[in-house]
Design a protein around this ligand. Structure first.
Ligand SMILES: Nc1ncnc2c1ncn2[C@@H]1O[C@H](COP(=O)(O)OP(=O)(O)OP(=O)(O)O)[C@@H](O)[C@H]1O
Ligand SMILES: [Mg+2]
Length: 254
């Protein structure tokens, strides 16, 4: 469904992606993890040509997105929903208008039809009563969920999620995980999820990939990932346990 073919990208004088090669299969939930600055958001942006490779190609099905232009690029982009790392909402529009924006731009539905769909998607992210609010009146986690409702409003085939659960409480995070799983099970959506949240990665991933210094250093099922001998994967796993284990050890010695 999505294929990176020897993709390299240099940004701010640094090699961010170094001849990266991998394929994401239709219907997968492909999770990308890695340190801050590892190139996770840069990878997602290549999938919809918000960035283009210095060398190599990115394919979406039969289409080379990294070389597409004009209408053919628009057609590829229409297959995607994108939840940006910063929810990227229009502050001057209501929540309902923000979520409905992609449909209004397509201009093939009435306002009432759009409002019905917006209410349905807001309910899916547990924001049934936020329709008339403005982004400024919402908490960070609520804004993120508005961004998520907007990402799924066109029922896209492929959804890119940049840190969908960061800044959310654990209960809401699991709601988002269930939503991602539901979209895959019921609609066969292909998802690419960037996350630092190990619980989420394990709960939703068909495969988990780790980016480190411009290369994929691991790509495996959740079951294999937790047993990986790769030092960077081990560091990532430990870092998420140390927070609780560290506190526990402290209280033991106190
Ligand atoms: N548009 C840009 N122009 C210049 N440099 C950029 C641009 N976008 C990203 N970079 C640089 O590329 C590197 C990778 O950035 P990226 O946003 O992909 O990191 P990330 O893995 O998503 O990190 P985080 O977990 O903090 O979101 C960083 O060094 C960043 O400064
Ligand atoms: Mg990022």
């Amino acid at each position: 469904m999505i294929r990176f073919e020897k993709v390299s990208k240099r940004l701010s004088g640094r090699v961010v992606l170094n001849e990266i090669e991998y394929s994401i299969e239709p219907g997968e939930t492909f999770v990308i993890v890695g340190a801050s600055g590892a190139g996770k958001s840069v990878s997602l942006k290549h999938m919809v040509r918000l960035l283009t490779p210095d060398s190599g190609r990115v394919w979406v099905g039969e289409d080379c997105v990294s070389e597409a232009r004009g209408e053919s690029l628009d057609r590829i982009r229409e297959r995607f929903g994108f939840l940006f790392q910063s929810a990227a909402l229009m502050q001057w529009l209501s929540v309902g208008d923000n979520v409905g924006l992609p449909l209004r731009m397509k201009k093939d539905m009435s306002d009432d039809q759009i409002d019905d769909l917006v209410r349905e998607k807001l309910a899916m992210v547990n924001l049934g009563d936020a329709f008339d609010k403005h982004p400024g009146q919402l908490s960070g986690g609520m804004r993120k969920r508005v961004g998520l409702a907007r990402a799924i409003i066109t029922d896209p085939e492929i959804i890119l999620y940049d840190e969908p659960t960061s800044g959310l409480d654990p209960v809401t995070s699991r709601t988002i995980d269930r939503l991602i799983n539901r979209l895959r099970e019921e609609l066969g959506v292909t998802s690419v999820v960037v996350t630092h949240d190990l619980h989420s990665a394990l709960a939703i991933g068909s495969r988990i990939a780790m980016l480190h210094e411009g290369r994929m250093v691991e790509m495996s099922t959740p079951q294999e990932f937790v047993k990986s001998k790769n030092e960077f994967v081990q560091g990532f796993l430990e870092a998420q346990y140390i927070t609780t284990q560290g506190d526990w050890e402290k209280s033991e010695t106190a």
